[in-house]
Design a protein. Structure first.
Lengths: 170, 212
């Protein structure tokens, strides 16, 4: 069995049938998933990005989120990047092997993406997330301008970058 | 620096143990390797660009950063990200070499780091597999042989083997399926809504570990 992670732009191609993807390709993926030869995992960044299609149109959201929820393993999600690093760091420190980087996904959580019942909530989340990411990108760009101005060619501290991208360190 | 930033924020005992085992060795962990590569690539293109103009960081790049780390959970990562567009990093070592040659010509002797090393790292920083564009077999284009092999020979503080590439060990066993179903609704904090996909998981218990 292959364990795979498709990032957002692949799901977009699968949903829109562009970038060389055909309906036949999608059908092959469906078959691989249903037969158990392929397990595609989702993640919170994937779901967030897919939810952002709501800003384009309701139809697009339904099409893209439908593709995602149809293909991914709905009982488990890949942990957030922050959690993965945190767990790997701990395991490394105490001499444990790398642990499973997925986590259980509740049925009700996945159900939150069913637009029929939660559309206002999804819309609000999309606005919030987009705002935070855009703000984070702005801060990172400001940092880069600062570094370039220093003409040092090095980023001395990574903290501002992490803060900017929303992975606030505990 | 990239690993140290993370380790330095851990509880003192964890931090101490990581330093004792060696931070460079942590780059053998796929998650930290992907994290570091993406950070290096994003920083590099943001500072210098690949063809004259530095690339502005967009919010999508921050998502990609998370995707890169998430990719460490599986054996195959598929992306449709085009690295052939102006201002983007090369997707393969060959593309990276070509772009670096342009970059070097532009910046003359002011290239800030080793060319071969960067080319290798950037090529390996691409996805294992990407969906083809144009007429490139119109299928899944396997680049698994380009996965970066991190050189661990240098700077190993102590003999300690970290298992990597454990995709097989993570495979779901058929006998576990029923238990996985039984785990549904295990965490009430995940019940709050879409936004709780991330936020509750950011909270760190006293021992510095995350809830699984």
């Amino acid at each position: 069995m292959i364990r795979a992670y498709f990032d957002r732009n692949v799901f977009s191609a699968l949903s829109e049938l562009d970038s060389g993807v055909t309906a036949e390709d999608v059908e092959k993926l469906r078959h691989a998933v249903s037969s158990g030869s392929l397990t595609m995992f989702g993640s919170s960044p994937l779901l967030e990005e897919t939810a952002a299609t709501m800003s384009q149109s309701r139809e697009m959201y339904l099409r893209h989120m439908g593709t995602v929820l149809e293909l991914i393993e709905r009982r488990r999600l890949i942990k957030s990047g922050e959690d993965i690093l945190n767990d790997d760091c701990y395991n490394y420190a105490v001499g444990l092997p790398e642990g499973d980087r997925t986590m259980p996904a509740t049925r009700s959580l996945m159900g939150k993406f069913e637009l029929s019942e939660h559309e206002p909530h999804v819309r609000q989340v999309v606005v919030d997330r987009q705002g935070k990411r855009t703000s984070g990108a702005g801060q990172l760009n400001a940092l880069m301008v600062e570094v370039r101005a220093d003409n040092a060619g090095q980023v001395q501290s990574r903290a501002p970058a992490w803060t900017s991208c929303g992975t606030s360190s505990p | 620096m990239v690993v140290a930033h993370w380790v330095d924020k851990r509880p003192p005992e964890i931090k101490k143990k990581c330093y004792k085992r060696g931070l460079k060795k942590m780059l053998e962990l796929k998650s930290f390797r992907f994290d570091a590569l993406y950070f290096v690539s994003m920083t590099y293109t943001s500072l210098f660009g690949m063809i004259r103009e530095p690339r502005k960081v967009k919010h999508g790049h921050l998502h990609d950063w998370h995707h890169a780390i998430c990719a460490s959970a599986v054996s195959v990562f598929v992306t449709n990200e085009s690295k052939a567009r102006p201002g983007h990093l090369g997707h393969t070592v060959e593309e990276a070499e070509r772009q670096l040659a342009e970059f070097e010509a532009t910046w003359a002797g002011r290239l800030p780091c080793d060319r071969a090393l960067v080319a290798a790292a950037l090529g390996a920083g691409g996805a294992d597999v990407r969906v083809s564009r144009g007429n490139q077999a119109r299928g899944v284009y396997d680049q698994h042989d380009r996965v970066f092999e991190y050189d661990v020979a240098e700077g190993v503080e102590e003999p300690f083997t970290v298992p990597i590439g454990r995709g097989g060990l993570q495979a779901s066993l058929p006998c576990l399926a029923q238990h996985l179903k039984a785990m549904d609704n295990a965490d009430p904090e995940l019940e709050r809504g879409v936004e709780s996909v991330r936020d509750p998981l950011r909270r760190t218990p006293a021992d510095g570990r995350r809830r699984r």
